[in-house]
Write a protein that binds this ligand. Structure first.
Ligand code: GLN
Length: 454
């Protein structure tokens, strides 16, 4: 009830697209009843959570923060959300995001931007970006509107907003969490994960979210370990790799300083620090911004005015006119930009020059990590090149916005588990995050290193 009151009181942050207080209360009542009946409680029993509005929720509007899906009420529940309900969690509401999860600032939502609860110290009252695309999730958790929220990460959308908001976010290995019922952006990259206050909460929540799902052909058919009970911040015998290519021009000196702090903390926890090289890092971002839009252009073809949500059928119009009118009205500018880039790089004349080339780069980026694992167990790097920025500061320049993802996309292209863990604030009082990347399936190693930093 306290969380529901907070959500109602913090309307101006715009973190929620719809609220469902009755669902959170229902879950709490169900837990009370189970407890009274002496039944065993689930790992998320009674926990009220926010659900990124990219997860289909049966009977509750699911929009991906787009106009084209406004009013769409799914007849089914995503696997991840049903796993969470089965573990006893309850839904506070659907969280705002960048439209179709495309963005890094939460300014591309059809329902208006989300505002971070953080401000620059020293009297400036500029409203700050909560990061994106899971900006509703990062704001809900950091403003204490929800103790935890789901996020999705295609090229940083869990880690970057977590860093901007001073919270913890985990993107598991590709395939750990089912994509069934999650509105698709770039299917070979999309992965769900938890966003919460600390590593332990993330470990518990990820345990509830993850698991094999025959309805997702890329789902990992592997048992879900008990990450929470195996949490251990002792780094003795562990090697932490520091990738030299991440010391990039344009990175804020305060971020570099926080990276050095992180190195020192892990050393204190017993880790051995080793230098590693990920030579193709600088090609990862351009490759991502070809592959992700290519997949998006294909995935978004289903929004045609026939199957879901919005339909714009001008007087006397034919089928093609209806497609055009519906999409012109229903998709935002950033979504249109991605669809245009995606269809261009997939077109017959340019496929090899762009798409095939980007796939080759993707393989090289993955191979860089394979080589690094010969020398270390986890990699430590910044999550983002800068702390949060003011709303509007970057929205006119898509390239400046894309650059935010420079440290996040390599792990996405390689499908590796990665997290952002808070590491204090900068001189403006804004939160900073450190990123840990691990070997495939080693969420435990990633979260253990996160715990050593926390
Ligand atoms: N900011 C990146 C993009 O706009 C990543 C988004 C995401 O991970 N969903 O594509």
């Amino acid at each position: 009830e306290a969380f529901n009151a907070n959500v109602a009181a913090a309307k101006e942050l715009n973190a929620f697209i719809v609220t469902t207080p009755e669902k959170a209360l229902e879950a709490a009542d169900a837990v009370d009843a189970d407890r009274a009946a002496g039944k065993e409680l689930g790992s998320m029993a009674g926990v009220p959570i926010g659900m990124k509005d990219l997860f289909c929720t049966k009977g509750v509007q699911t929009t991906a923060a787009s106009h084209i899906l406004e009013g769409f009420t799914p007849q089914y529940e995503s696997t991840v959300s049903s796993n969470l309900w089965a573990a006893g969690a309850g839904m506070l509401g659907k969280l705002n995001l960048d439209q179709f999860a495309m963005g890094s600032s939460n300014e591309t939502s059809y329902f208006g931007n989300v505002t971070s609860p953080w401000r620059r110290a020293g009297g400036s009252n500029t409203p700050m970006s909560p990061g994106g695309s899971s900006g509703g999730s990062s704001t809900a958790v950091s403003a204490r509107l929800a103790p935890a929220a789901t996020g999705t990460d295609t090229g940083g959308s869990i880690r970057q907003p977590a860093a901007f908001a001073g919270i913890t976010g985990v993107k598991p290995t590709y395939g750990r969490c089912s994509r069934w019922g999650v509105v698709a952006f770039a299917s070979s990259l999309d992965q769900a994960g938890p966003m919460a206050h600390d590593v332990r909460d993330c470990a518990i929540m990820l345990g509830a979210m993850a698991g094999f799902d025959p309805k997702d052909s890329t789902s990992l058919d592997m048992p879900v370990p008990d990450w929470e009970s195996a949490l251990n911040s002792d780094m003795k015998g562990k090697k932490v790799g520091i990738p030299k290519e991440y010391r990039m021009e344009g990175t804020d000196p305060e971020i570099l300083k926080s990276w050095d702090d992180g190195i020192a903390w892990l050393k204190d926890a017993g880790a051995e620090i080793v230098d590693v090289s990920l030579p193709h890092t600088k090609y990862a971002l351009p490759a991502y911004y070809i592959i992700a839009p290519a997949e998006a252009s294909s995935n978004l073809a289903r929004y045609d005015g026939v199957r879901y949500g919005l339909r714009d059928l001008p007087e006397g119009a034919g089928l093609q006119d209806m497609y055009a009118a519906t999409r012109a009205e229903g998709f935002g500018d950033e979504v249109k930009r991605r669809v245009l880039i995606g269809t261009y790089v997939l077109s017959a004349g340019f496929y090899d020059a762009y798409y095939t080339q980007a796939q080759k780069v993707r393989a090289l980026v993955a191979r860089d990590f394979d080589n690094a694992w010969k020398e270390c167990d986890v990699i430590l790097a910044p999550t983002t090149p800068t702390a949060s920025f003011g709303l509007g500061e970057k929205s006119a320049d898509p390239l400046a916005m894309y650059l935010n993802d420079v440290f996040a996309v390599p792990a996405s292209l390689a499908g590796l588990p990665a997290m952002s863990v808070p590491c204090g604030v900068n001189s403006e009082g804004l939160p900073l995050g450190l990123q840990i990347v691990g070997k495939a399936f080693d969420e435990q190693g990633v979260m253990n290193a996160g715990l050593a930093i926390e």
